[in-house]
Design a protein around this ligand. Structure first.
Ligand SMILES: Cc1cc2nc3c(=O)[nH]c(=O)nc-3n(C[C@H](O)[C@H](O)[C@H](O)COP(=O)(O)O)c2cc1C
Length: 209
């Protein structure tokens, strides 16, 4: 399903696309494959706090529509809207992640025990604001990676920050105290071509010391 392996084209050719071919549906199997690849992104202590809700049904899109403010075209035409949340209790997955590393021979049992004994109490001690910052940071890295993976599969995306933050989790049956919304990505087959947007020169915002 990999359609484009040209690194420059995938990364530098990415544009925000807001109108998609409505006839193109991304199969759920391919969606999972893309999410799997996106989550090769790094995360703090490898705790992988990103959570994805793929809204690809008519009912789901109808529920999402009033929550995406001026971004309804992307909702109406995309193959899917991917809601990315950060899990404030991601440390609950710590054992599962580190056990898998042991099973796959990537870590010794002793390393697993030592690292978990340090990591889990540390994460649990974070206050909510610190946790939010940590899980958002990691989840945004996965979001960026998803946008590039989607390009390599022949699709385009729009990162969407314009949505009702306080309503998103509950509308999709998630505990809003636990799951913080990070970003929505629309994804699908582009039905528009857009100009490259400008960037300032690197010299304008880079210092060397
Ligand atoms: C965090 C974030 C939030 C954004 N929110 C929206 C949005 O709500 N609606 C929209 O149409 N584009 C949104 N964008 C897309 C930006 O407008 C776009 O990335 C920028 O203009 C640069 O264009 P490019 O992505 O084609 O390089 C968002 C981008 C980011 C990174």
């Amino acid at each position: 399903m990999l359609k484009n392996n040209d690194f420059s084209d995938v990364t530098l050719g990415r544009r925000t696309i807001r109108v998609y071919n409505e006839d193109v549906k991304i199969p759920r199997e391919e969606m999972l494959e893309m999410i799997q690849k996106a989550t090769r992104a790094p995360s703090s202590l490898n705790l992988q706090p990103w959570r994805f809700v793929v809204v690809d049904s008519v009912e789901g899109k109808a529920k999402l529509r009033p929550l995406v403010r001026w971004n309804t075209r992307q909702n109406d035409t995309s193959s899917a809207m991917i809601l990315i949340f950060g899990d404030l209790q991601c440390y609950e997955y710590g054992e599962e992640i580190y056990d898998k590393a042991v099973e796959e021979g990537k870590m010794s049992k002793q390393e697993r025990d030592e690292q978990l004994a340090e990591i889990i109490p540390q994460y649990k001690s974070f206050n909510k604001e610190k946790m939010k910052k940590a899980v958002r940071l990691d989840s945004n890295l996965a979001a960026m990676q998803f946008m590039l993976i989607a390009r390599s599969h022949g699709y385009d995306t729009n990162p969407i920050g314009g949505f009702e933050y306080d309503q998103l989790a509950e509308a999709f049956d998630l505990d809003k105290e636990r799951y913080v919304p990070v970003l929505i990505l629309s994804v699908g087959k582009a039905a528009e071509t857009v100009e490259e947007t400008v960037r300032l020169d690197a010299e304008r915002f880079t210092t060397f010391k």
